[in-house]
Design a protein around this ligand. Structure first.
Ligand SMILES: Cc1cc2nc3c(=O)[nH]c(=O)nc-3n(C[C@H](O)[C@H](O)[C@H](O)COP(=O)(O)O)c2cc1C
Ligand SMILES: [Mn+2]
Length: 501
């Protein structure tokens, strides 16, 4: 099933699948929608289309990503691991000789060639073009999400910039606090690509913001790709067809032709203000901090444009599934660099930068530590505050199984690594912002080669007896599901069970 090509097709699909509820009652984007969405997300409920947001001229879509099923519908797959498999197929291509051949081989792949965005001459996103005094963010149902937020925030934007030196495009999801009808803040954090483009620009940098996209393109804005890779290319690859772009009306940037709404404008180097506080995905308010100001030069949109939003806050929230998608999609790339990794899990409660659980095929003394340091050197994973290493047979998505191995296999004096390094912009715990302590826990089995006594064997029933009992289970007449069967059903099922609990 092909993934939806724009937000409207996506809404129709959600409706057909019984995954969307329309709310005709007038509802306030000021806090009220957050409370409704919070309850709906936590109950595993549907996507919500608020048709009458108070004080605005456009409807608001939210909770489009709020369950694993919707995430899979949006990506046109059965399971999120299928998305990863598609990427793995490309990354694992093994032409006979060397890197050059590999690169050539990759280039040959049609799926890659078709991934590049395509420029078209007209786009629905420019049915209406508003400039000058017509620009009015008050038309949009921008949410004020939490009581401590000083203003409404655009929460689900795809922010488009170009590297002033290379011309390479970047797309990132960075929240935008509304300042007035024609300006917002731009919250690109310290380690992010949009901020690097801004820092590299001499005076003003053109910026375009797409709102209301097909689910894959919207997701791609949140994907932590290396700076030189265009997120729209990833979107094209995952969609199986290129993202179509049109030239902006007032900026030298291309914008997704099928977007519901596009904000065009610029950021003047050095024009900053105090952004925040904001009830963030960490579960805490991030304190006020200096960020650049985005000035609008045009708003273009579809007639009857739909505004798409998301609420972040104390986990679990809707964004857990965007992050889980990243976890799954990036596993093949992580394994390409650190092939001994079997699987990894970033617990939702760890808000993704606080904890990573990694299972490895351990092959030599100190291997657990080697992988910790690899994680601390790998893209955005480098910001991980704690890393837990377990052996290959441990299911990293089963937190009880992980906890068992952490408790059983760890001598705290010997197996904990305390070090320091860069930390997430939003982490409030370290004494200094951006830099502080990191914890590695090596919960793998050790042995004399690592200076321990003889390591005992973990208890495990033999495969033959398990198979026998599986075969005969019904015969015994015991009215429970065979626990062995559950474990053997694998990580995906276990993950879903954990998340639903
Ligand atoms: C809903 C949501 C909101 C986000 N808000 C921000 C934000 O305000 N600032 C930020 O730097 N990153 C934010 N992120 C994370 C970035 O989108 C993510 O790190 C992405 O990789 C950034 O793109 P880049 O790698 O091209 O910089 C958010 C992610 C999601 C899913
Ligand atoms: Mn990027």
């Amino acid at each position: 099933m092909a993934p939806p090509s724009d937000l409207r097709e996506w809404i129709r699909l959600l409706e057909r699948e019984g995954e969307l509820v329309r709310i005709a009652a007038e509802v306030d984007p000021d806090l009220e929608i957050t409370e409704i969405v919070d309850r709906t997300v936590k109950a595993g409920g549907p996507a919500l289309l608020f048709e009458n947001p108070k004080g605005a001229r456009h409807p608001l879509l939210i909770n489009q990503f709020g369950t694993e099923r919707r995430m899979c519908l949006g990506f046109g797959v059965e399971r999120l691991d299928d998305v990863a498999a598609k990427l793995e197929g490309v990354l694992e291509m093994q032409p006979p000789a060397g890197l050059v051949d590999k690169v050539r081989g990759l280039k040959k792949l049609k799926s890659i060639a078709d991934s590049r965005p395509k420029t078209v001459s007209r786009g629905a996103c420019q049915e209406l073009v508003l400039t000058g005094d017509e620009i009015d963010l008050d038309r949009l149902p921008i949410q004020r999400c939490w009581p401590g937020d000083p203003a409404p925030f655009i929460t689900l934007p795809a922010v488009i910039t170009k590297d002033p030196q290379t011309g390479g495009r970047n797309v990132g999801m960075y929240r935008m606090q509304k300042l007035d009808a024609r300006s917002t803040f731009m919250h690109w954090q310290l380690h992010k690509d949009g901020r690097a483009d801004y820092l590299a620009s001499e005076d003003r940098i053109p910026v375009a913001v797409a709102l209301g996209l097909d689910p894959i393109t919207a997701y791609s804005a949140s994907a932590p790709l290396p700076k030189h890779i265009d997120e729209f290319m990833l979107a094209g690859f995952l969609r199986g067809e290129p993202v179509e772009l049109v030239r902006g009306k007032t900026v030298e940037l291309e914008v997704p032709a099928s977007a519901e709404i596009v904000l065009e404008g610029f950021i003047e180097k050095g024009e900053t203000g105090i952004e925040g506080p904001f009830g963030d995905h960490t579960g805490f308010y991030t304190p006020p901090e200096e960020f650049p100001i985005f000035r609008l030069t045009a708003v273009t949109m579809r007639r009857d444009a739909i505004y798409a939003s998301i609420v972040v806050g104390k986990p679990p929230q809707e964004d857990q599934w965007l992050a889980k998608a990243t976890e799954r999609i990036f596993l093949p790339a992580v394994k390409l660099t650190v092939p001994e990794i079997v699987d990894y899990d970033l617990p939702v409660a760890g808000t993704f930068h606080n904890c990573v659980i990694v299972s490895i095929r351990k092959a030599f003394p100190g291997h657990g530590r080697k992988v910790m340091h690899a994680i601390w050197g790998l893209g955005m994973l480098s910001l991980s505050k704690s890393v837990v290493i377990v052996d290959a047979h441990v299911n990293v998505h089963d937190y009880e199984e992980v906890f068992f191995h952490v408790c059983a296999n760890v001598d705290p004096k010997r197996d904990l690594v305390l070090t320091e390094g860069p930390l997430d912009h939003l982490d409030h715990a370290p004494t200094l912002q951006f830099f502080g302590g990191k914890l590695g826990i090596d919960a793998t089995a050790k042995g004399p080669a690592e200076g321990t006594r003889e390591w005992p064997e973990e208890i495990e029933m033999s495969a033959e007896v398990k198979a026998l009992v599986d075969r005969r289970w019904a015969e015994y007449g015991i009215p429970v599901h065979s626990p062995a069967g559950v474990v053997q059903n694998g990580a995906g099922k276990r993950l879903r069970q954990l998340v639903r609990r």
